[in-house]
Design a protein around this ligand. Structure first.
Ligand SMILES: Cc1ncc(COP(=O)(O)O)c(C=O)c1O
Length: 387
């Protein structure tokens, strides 16, 4: 069986979620609808995130939300000016740019470009440990015009916090005509001391949208639940394009049990940190591999000498293991990089066990056994054991 460490799905869900699942155990368990607006879920999410019910939109995953909402918002902006409408009718090009870092959730920029949306990249690289310089965001807005600024925080694929709460707050206030979409899909993995969510700011700034997913830290990808928080005008705009009854009762009950289980997030952070350390040590035992510090459930890595990671990924595939590579887009290459997700313990062990063999595709590879005593890689800098 193939072990898939190319996809960022979570590992475990809350025990309380499992208790709920156990109650759905007979042939009438699934017959009920929820109320059309998922009021109970909205109220709980609103309380936890210090927003109001009317600030929240829930749907089947953040991926579908991003797709619907980004286009709806861009369409609305285009239609608000005659110049925008004419340009779209003549050239099928939208007026508003998508401004986003060079390394980001891979589906967003190529999809935007395919749909006539100009994409502008904020520089981002290993020399700054993949942190964004807020001045670069302002420079991109000044050079390309106000648009949608899409930032994943902590970032996918690099796994780090790119901008602090205060840096985002300052940018949002400084550029009121740009709309900031902060995708916090992996936020729950991060120690609250290291990053505070910007969700509560949506009550003050109508140019901020914050999205979240139950697919990762909550370990519920198979239930497909995501939501965003924003000024009610954005919630209403998207509600007009979709239908009520989006989240079923089973999804809602499991989500509610998860977010109200106070023990769960500390334990999942502890598990992810322990497995990150194990994977980091195994990868960095090879001198040519660099693993960037991560706060989430995946590790971003590269071959230090710039060699392509493709033969390595291909060999792993042959051995029944999948990892992720960045495909070129926007005229940029990412040849030497690869991303490994943190899987279950035995999945990570299986990956580590195959590393030597997979790296042997490179003619200059030296197996660890030839190097004498196994070299210790650097420790996960973010490990914090709980309890
Ligand atoms: C940054 C980011 N946002 C959103 C998504 C989509 O998540 P989902 O549709 O499962 O909620 C992903 C999936 O990989 C992601 O990495």
């Amino acid at each position: 069986m193939t072990i898939d460490l190319s996809i960022n799905q979570g590992t475990h869900c809350s025990k309380k979620a499992v208790e709920v699942l156990r109650t759905y155990d007979n042939n009438t368990s699934l017959r009920e609808y929820t109320d059309p607006e998922n009021r109970d879920l909205l109220e709980t999410l609103a309380r936890i995130n210090q927003v109001r019910v009317e600030n929240i939109y829930v749907d089947n995953g953040t991926g579908p939300i991003l797709r619907t909402a980004l286009y709806e918002i861009l369409r609305q902006r285009t239609q608000s000016s005659i110049k925008g409408i004419v340009k779209y009718l003549l050239f099928k090009k939208l007026d508003t740019p998508l401004i986003t870092p060079r390394f980001t959730y891979k589906k967003i920029p190529p999809n935007a470009a395919k749909n006539g949306i100009p994409v502008a990249y904020i520089p981002l690289g290993p020399e700054t440990n993949f942190r964004i310089n807020p001045a670069d965001v302002s420079a991109a807005i000044e050079a390309n015009g106000d648009g949608i600024v899409y930032i994943v925080n902590p970032n996918n694929p690099t796994g780090n916090i790119m901008l602090s709460h205060d840096e985002i707050a300052t940018l949002v206030a400084k550029h009121p005509d740009s709309l900031f979409w902060i995708d916090e899909a992996y936020h729950e993995y991060v120690d609250p001391d290291d990053y505070q969510t910007v969700a509560h700011l949506v009550r003050r700034h109508d140019n901020l949208i914050v999205s979240r997913s139950f697919s990762f830290a909550w370990g519920l990808a198979s239930l497909r639940i995501g939501f965003f928080m924003a000024d009610p005008k954005w919630v209403q705009l998207i509600e007009k394009t979709t239908v009520p009854y989006r989240i079923g009762k089973l999804q809602q009950d499991v989500a509610l049990a998860s977010v109200t289980d106070e023990e769960f997030l500390p334990s999942i952070r502890e598990f992810a940190a322990k497995e990150r350390t194990k994977l980091t040590e195994a990868l960095e035992a090879y001198d040519n591999i660099e693993v960037f510090p991560s706060q989430v459930n995946y590790l971003f890595c590269r071959f230090k000498d710039g060699r392509s990671s493709l033969p390595f990924a291909d060999k792993l595939r042959e051995l029944g293991l999948l990892i992720k590579r960045e495909t070129p887009h926007g005229g940029m290459r990412f040849e030497e990089y690869f991303r490994v997700s943190v899987g279950l313990e035995d999945e990570n062990d299986a990956f580590i066990a195959k590393l030597d063999e997979a790296l042997s595709v490179y003619p200059d590879h030296k197996p660890l056994s030839e190097k004498g005593e196994k070299k210790k890689g650097k420790k996960d800098k973010n490990i914090k054991l709980v309890g």
